[in-house]
Design a protein around this ligand. Structure first.
Ligand SMILES: Nc1ncnc2c1ncn2[C@@H]1O[C@H](COP(=O)(O)OP(=O)(O)OP(=O)(O)O)[C@@H](O)[C@H]1O
Ligand SMILES: O=P(O)(O)OC[C@H]1O[C@H](OP(=O)(O)OP(=O)(O)O)[C@H](O)[C@@H]1O
Length: 211
């Protein structure tokens, strides 16, 4: 049986829908975090998005479905088997719409974010000193309340920024949702994992064909 870690947040519905399309029907009782499908081929564990790389890195799950943003933050190496056609976003530097023109000229750019590794790397690569304040959510509050003039966060529709009178100052990258594998698991179960990936690809093709 393959154990696959699934994020229990916003990516769960689309991920379980595509797995059902592959014939893997996961049934979950209320509050249940482990699901097996009737054929006994896969077992799914439902974990917090940010914890998912930990489970795959330690081999508790051989496979996982995870945002590339979270994969990067984990610092772990995985085999990245597939990019899924949903859940893509931009990762952006944002700040107040009406900021004073010279606020980006401060000696050090102060940024609040969940994505501390990404933010440090992105600005250090450009030689820009950055003071990163770690938050775990509701990051848009930071510029509104004066914790930091800038945030680095995911932007999908942009409506959270608009609701706080913020705007994208710069797009730093794109994120996508990936099927990842623990490298050792992949090497030992190469055929089974590749069959699973092919089944998933077929299901994604069929879904795309339906528009
Ligand atoms: N609008 C969006 N905001 C945040 N993440 C998004 C969005 N759209 C797609 N994603 C992707 O979904 C993933 C977030 O999933 P999820 O909602 O499970 O976690 P989360 O909100 O980051 O919370 P936590 O890590 O605390 O569980 C991100 O890693 C990102 O790749
Ligand atoms: O561009 P949008 O469509 O508005 O989406 C982006 C928002 O969604 C995410 O937050 P989430 O809902 O995960 O809450 P969080 O602040 O607790 O991370 C992200 O961190 C942004 O705040």
């Amino acid at each position: 049986m393959i154990t696959i870690a699934l994020p229990k947040g916003r990516l769960f519905d689309k991920t379980s829908k595509i797995l059902a399309r592959c014939g893997y029907h996961l049934t979950l009782g209320e509050r249940q975090l482990v699901a097996e499908e009737p054929r006994g081929e896969i077992r799914a564990i439902l974990v917090k998005n940010s914890d998912l790389p930990t489970y795959v890195h330690h081999g508790i799950a051989g496979l996982g479905v995870c945002g590339s943003d979270v994969i990067y933050e984990s610092g772990h190496e995985f085999f990245e088997l597939l990019s899924l056609p949903f859940g893509g976003t931009r990762i952006c530097l944002a700040g107040k719409k009406d900021e004073s023109p010279d606020s980006r000229n401060a000696a050090v750019l102060r940024v609040a974010t969940k994505f501390t590794r990404f933010t440090r790397d992105a600005f250090h690569q450009r030689g820009i000193p950055v003071d990163v304040i770690r938050l775990d959510g509701s990051v848009e509050l930071a510029p509104v309340l004066g914790l930091a003039p800038y945030i680095v966060d995911l932007v999908e529709t942009g409506s959270t920024l608009v609701a706080h009178n913020l705007e994208v100052k710069e797009t730093l990258g794109n994120t996508d949702v990936r099927l990842i594998a623990n490298p050792a698991f992949y090497k030992y179960h190469f055929d089974r994992v590749n069959r699973f990936v092919s089944t998933l690809q077929e299901a994604l093709k069929a879904e795309a064909g339906e528009g």
